[in-house]
Design a protein around this ligand. Structure first.
Ligand code: PMP
Length: 453
């Protein structure tokens, strides 16, 4: 390995990190990871950290998994990459069949890309183009939710709704119709304790339906996350919300575009949150856990009806003008196939259920803490919101970086986490043991308590 000092210097000198204030980063000591094993990663000094956010929500079966490694090793001896523009490759074909077999039955075709944002960008382009090919040229607008997050490309930002990330780019974005964030709206109406049980058929849905009733002729698609608004701070949808949106989309001839990038591959407690919510979208985006957290791969799945609208003679120019150099990369697809096999072999979903329950029980304890304003869980993902004063619902000032301070304390105790502002996120690899989960939560509890001084 290179001299550690050089690595640290070069990291600060040459590497512009994502979602990172580089001025601050360069003033601090940072972790340069060198290897991983199960739920742990090790830095260049050999220090060990429990990966509390699954490498930004994508690691499933742990780092350095022998079966996933083997799939990659075997594939790399055959071929690392060949274009899928007008040609194909073995793992991409087999994975397309396997993923169609386990996603909602309506979804029959797979369009590959590399990251969640692209899968959503593609979903939007397909929906727009679909209506165009069908001769419904007025259907060009999208309905989205405030507090939504679908990635950082211009299209995915356009359908997003997190002001701090998105407002600077406003002049570059296309116009969308924005409905209120269902969780925050339910909190306003009935308070935090009852928000998730709130009967969405009342005001929450009436407002959406009213709007769609008036504007449906120009609406191509309704875009939303599956079950929970993750990046907004783990804001679950109230009971029945997605089912109601499905009903409205059916009634008014609108495509339902569901973003399962964060929730897919077990994170919701089901293989896909759509199963848990009892819905079948028209378009579904997958990413993150699709390769078990190994390689960048994403997929946009669509119905046969959508796919068929793009069929025609070459001269009709109906086909989907979109594709990336690495679309359907064989290494990524081979590890994605192995990821599905490990789900079966290790009974990952079955073993996850008691851990979801344990998380739920342990999260309850956090309400004792003075600076905890809300605790939210969706399957095996949780957000603990830190506030200055719970009773006055007063947040900590943005510049104080309270979430970051807690994360720093946790990292010093050997648990790597990355908060969303002042929301502490719990999202370890699904394979974490109950003991390891308890340790993660103990460290988080103590670090939040330390804020009390
Ligand atoms: N959609 C959702 C719901 C996400 O949570 C994310 C990433 N956190 C994305 C899309 C974007 O995925 P990526 O970072 O892979 O582009």
């Amino acid at each position: 390995m290179l001299n550690k000092k050089y690595l640290e210097e070069w990291d600060k000198e040459y590497f512009w990190h994502p979602f990172t204030q580089m001025k601050v980063y360069r003033e601090e000591e940072n972790i340069i990871v060198e290897r991983g094993e199960g739920v742990y990663v090790y830095d260049i000094y050999g220090r060990k950290y429990l990966d509390g956010v699954a490498s930004l929500w994508c690691n499933v079966h742990g780092h350095n998994h022998p079966k996933l490694n083997k799939a990659l090793e075997e594939q790399i001896r055959r071929i690392a990459h060949f274009t899928t523009l007008g040609a194909s490759n073995v793992p991409a074909v087999v994975f397309a069949k396997n993923i169609v077999d386990i996603t909602p039955p309506k979804l029959k075709k797979v369009f590959y890309s590399e990251d969640g944002a692209e899968a959503m960008e593609i979903a939007i382009k397909i929906a727009y183009h679909y209506w165009h090919n069908k001769g419904e040229k007025r259907k060009t607008k999208f309905v989205t939710l405030s507090e939504a997050y679908h990635g950082d490309t211009i299209g995915s930002v356009s359908v997003g709704g997190i002001n701090i990330f998105h407002e600077k780019y406003k002049p570059l974005l296309f116009d969308v119709y924005k409905m209120p964030s269902p969780y925050l709206e339910a909190v306003k109406k009935v308070g935090r304790e009852k928000a998730l049980e709130y009967d969405t058929t009342k005001l929450l849905i009436d407002q959406v339906e009213d709007f769609i009733f008036k504007n449906h002729q120009e609406i191509a698609g309704f875009v939303l996350e599956a079950g929970v608004q993750g990046a907004a701070g783990i804001l679950p949808f109230p009971k029945g919300y997605l089912k109601e949106i499905r009903r409205i989309c059916d009634e008014y001839n609108i495509l339902m575009i569901v973003d399962e990038v964060a929730t897919g591959f077990g994170r919701s407690g089901y293989m896909f949150a759509c199963e848990k919510e009892g819905i079948e979208p028209d378009i579904m985006a997958l990413g993150k856990g699709i390769t078990g957290g190994y390689l960048p791969l994403a997929a946009t799945l669509v119905t046969d009806d959508i796919f068929e609208a793009f069929l025609g003679e070459f001269g009709e120019a109906k086909h989907f003008y979109h594709g990336h150099t690495y679309t359907g990369n064989p290494l990524a697809c081979s590890v994605a196939l192995a990821n599905l096999e490990v789900f079966e072999e290790e009974q990952t979903l079955k073993k996850l259920q008691p851990k979801i329950k344990l998380l739920e029980e342990r999260l309850d304890e956090f309400w004792e803490l003075k600076h905890v304003g809300d605790v939210r869980q969706y399957g095996f993902m949780a957000g603990i919101e830190l506030v200055k004063d719970r009773h006055k619902n007063q947040p900590f000032p943005y510049g104080e970086r309270t979430g970051f301070k807690v994360a720093k304390m946790m990292i010093e105790k050997g648990v790597w986490v990355r908060p969303l502002g002042d929301v502490m996120v719990v999202m370890p690899p699904l394979v974490i043991t109950e003991d390891q989960l308890n340790y993660l939560l103990d460290v988080m509890f103590d670090s939040i308590k330390a804020l009390e001084g």
